[in-house]
Design a protein around this ligand. Structure first.
Ligand code: ADP
Length: 676
């Protein structure tokens, strides 16, 4: 089987369209994924950089705050140093007055400035006076010569040092200042500032964290107590101040942090931001950090988990890996590094929100574009279809017009032919009528001859009889036989009556005036007709049977109908003359819009060969003087004139039957007719 080229082309085209659509769809999906991925990246970076900028500001603020908190105490030792009682005590260590004055000074100023302790050392590092002189564990007499701050002060510098007080277990920052007299250092005044208060103020940082490391990278001030005394791991690119000197750290830890265990800080460095800061991960500590960091009642924020999680502790900080953005600031004058950890746990959620939004917008755009493209395609297709159907319509219209033109031409032609035919028929009709008229004329002439013969025959006989009766009457008058004259005159009168009757018939036949139709009762017409014929009926002892329902109304001319009925019944009486039991039956039937009157007699009936002639004028089987043969002919004309009909037949049981049909008049029928 061979596939037509056109079909192959079509299939290939469909395949191409299908493939092209698939490729386009794949490109769209890949593009969508790329855009979503890029959006996620960009928005994550955006939020990260925003956090970075905000946390950098916070970091600077905290640093300023820290600096200001400590600066307040910086000049405190030098103030003490210039005091007379301090100088006096250093000059006279045994003087109880100077001792009391110095103790009171240190205690008072300590109270006023909020420092935790202040004390005066001699050049050997022995405490001469202290703000806590009245406490049992006071510093007086204690030797602090090994302390770095003492050594620094003895070298003429301002000694600064962070440590846990060996006597009080208190974390503090030590300021030491030399007391000079005549340019020679006579002693050292020390002021300790507690850092608990600073830490307390940091609790307000919410989900962000803050800590300070010393020059060995060991955390000693922290918003998270559990992070204290942990060593921050060094980064490859870390600043010099962050370099961990393992040996030094080990060396100082026992002395400085009062034998506190220095543990590692589970901090893993992540990516570096160009604008500063670094993403870090802090894994949970397997030691006591969680205990330090009990769930915070204030913190309603839910942490987003990054890394290993403990689902059962959703708000439990320190029990899971946390992600932060780390930024630090070196405070060289203090020898510290301040770290700010900005919480970035919400960034994935924000990123997801933005990405979903973009995705939704993109999908909406894609759907909208798809819808728009589809709509445009539909519109184009519709326009094409419309164009096609318009062209088809125009073609069909043209075709139709041609056909109509052709058909009309035929029609016009046939119309013309029809008109010709009508003309022809009219002419033929006219000719026919003319011929008929001529024929009628000829017939009339023939009939006239016939009539003349008949009439002359009919009139001759009575005329001859009248003459002879008149001659006789004269003779009888002469003989004065008045009785016989009277009788003769009676016979003459009778004969003239017959002649008048004959003339009347002829007149009726000749007259062709239109009938004066009206609504008349058939019963009354029938009654009058019978009344006229009654003497004959009685004379002949004819039995007349009339049906019941003769009480109907017909639309006819009363006198003429009487004439019709008189003719039919007269003929019937003539027919039954020689019958043994003469019988005439009259039946009336009103069926539908017609009234049918049936007259049957018991006579010999109409001979079959005459049955078609009896309505012809001058057809008669009667003897001369008995009939002119005009009765039925006149009857036929009158009935036709009424809009009815008459027909003659023979009954199977013998006798002639005349069926006369007349238009019935019925009011209801009439109204119905009008309504139609
Ligand atoms: P006429 O009575 O003068 O002969 P009609 O026209 O009345 O003329 O009748 C024509 C003929 O029809 C009659 O001569 C007769 O032969 C025939 N005819 C009419 N009525 C009857 C009838 N009831 N029975 C038999 N023949 C009839």
């Amino acid at each position: 089987m061979t596939i037509p080229k056109q079909q192959i082309g079509k299939r290939a085209q469909t395949l191409n369209t299908f493939q092209r659509r698939n490729v386009l769809l794949a490109i769209l999906v890949v593009g969508f994924c790329l855009v979503i991925w890029q959006t996620a990246q960009l928005s994550y970076d955006f939020f990260l950089h925003q956090t970075q900028a905000q946390s950098r500001q916070s970091l600077n603020l905290y640093a300023q705050n820290l600096r200001r908190s400590l600066e307040r105490y910086e000049f405190l030792p030098s103030l003490y140093a210039n005091h007379a009682s301090v100088a006096g005590l250093l000059a006279h260590p045994e003087s109880p007055e100077f001792l009391a004055q110095s103790n009171a000074l240190l205690e008072r100023s300590n109270r006023l400035t909020g420092s935790s302790n202040s004390y005066l050392l001699d050049t050997k590092g022995i405490t001469l006076a202290a703000s806590n002189w009245d406490q049992t564990s006071n510093f007086i007499g204690r030797n602090f010569s090994s302390e770095p701050y003492f050594k620094a002060a003895m070298q003429g510098r301002l000694g600064r040092y962070y440590a846990i007080g060996s006597g009080s277990d208190e974390r503090g920052y030590y300021f030491a200042s030399p007391v000079r007299r005549d340019g020679i250092i006579r002693g050292v005044v020390v002021a300790i500032v507690g850092v608990e208060a600073i830490e307390d103020s940091w609790w307000t940082t919410g989900r962000n964290e803050l800590f300070v490391t010393d020059d060995n990278g060991i955390i000693f001030i922290s918003s998270r107590p559990g992070w204290r005394y942990r060593r921050v791991p060094a980064t490859k690119s870390s600043d010099a101040g962050q370099q961990i000197n393992e040996a030094a750290a080990v060396a100082v830890q026992s002395a400085r942090y009062n034998q506190a265990a220095i543990t590692p800080f589970n901090l893993v460095y992540g990516r570096n931001l160009k604008t500063g800061g670094r993403v870090v991960q802090i894994a949970p500590f397997d030691d006591t950090e969680a205990d330090f960091d009990a769930p915070e009642p204030d913190s309603g924020a839910q942490m987003v988990q990054v890394g290993p999680t403990t689902d059962s502790l959703p708000n439990y900080r320190g029990s899971r890996t946390e992600n932060y953005l780390l930024q630090n600031l070196q405070m060289r004058e203090l020898g510290w590094t301040l770290y700010f950890l900005a919480d970035i746990s919400t960034i994935p959620r924000q990123t997801a929100t933005v990405t979903i939004l973009v995705g939704v917008v993109l999908i909406a755009l894609a759907l909208g574009s798809g819808f728009w493209i589809q709509r445009r395609r539909n519109l184009t297709q519709r326009a094409e279809l419309q164009q096609q159907s318009r062209v088809a319509l125009e073609a069909a219209y043209g075709e139709l017009e041609t056909r109509v033109h052709d058909r009309t031409r035929d029609l016009v032609e046939s119309n013309r032919m029809l008109q010709d035919q009508i003309q022809e028929r009219r002419r033929a009709e006219q000719e026919l009528r003319q011929t008929q008229d001529e024929l009628v004329q000829a017939e009339k002439l023939a009939a006239l001859g016939h009539i003349s013969a008949g009439i002359s025959h009919e009139l001759n006989q009575p005329l001859t009889a009248i003459r002879s009766f008149s001659d006789n009457a004269r003779k009888l008058l002469d003989r004065e036989r008045f009785e016989d004259v009277h009788s003769n005159l009676g016979l003459i009168s009778e004969l003239t009556g017959r002649m008048a009757q004959l003339m009347k018939q002829l007149r009726t036949f000749a007259r062709n005036a239109p009938a004066q139709k009206s609504v008349i009762s058939l019963q009354s017409v029938l009654d009058r007709t019978i009344e006229v014929l009654q003497s004959r009926i009685d004379e002949m002892s004819v039995k007349l049977e009339i049906g019941n329902n003769t009480d109907v109304q017909v639309f006819a001319d009363e006198l003429r109908l009487e004439q019709v009925l008189g003719n039919i019944l007269g003929n019937a009486l003539d027919a039954v003359t020689s019958c043994e039991n003469p019988l005439i039956t009259i039946q009336v039937e009103a069926v539908g819009q017609d009234v049918t009157l049936i007259v049957r007699d018991s006579g010999p009936g109409i001979p079959a060969h005459h049955i078609n002639e009896i309505f012809d004028p001058f057809f008669t089987t009667k003897d001369v003087g008995q009939g002119l043969g005009l009765g039925l002919s006149i009857t036929y004309g009158i009935v036709k004139d009424f809009g009815g009909s008459i027909r003659a037949s023979n009954h199977v049981d013998g006798g002639a039957v005349f069926t006369l049909s007349l238009p019935r008049f019925d009011e209801q029928l009439q109204q119905e007719r009008k309504a139609v």
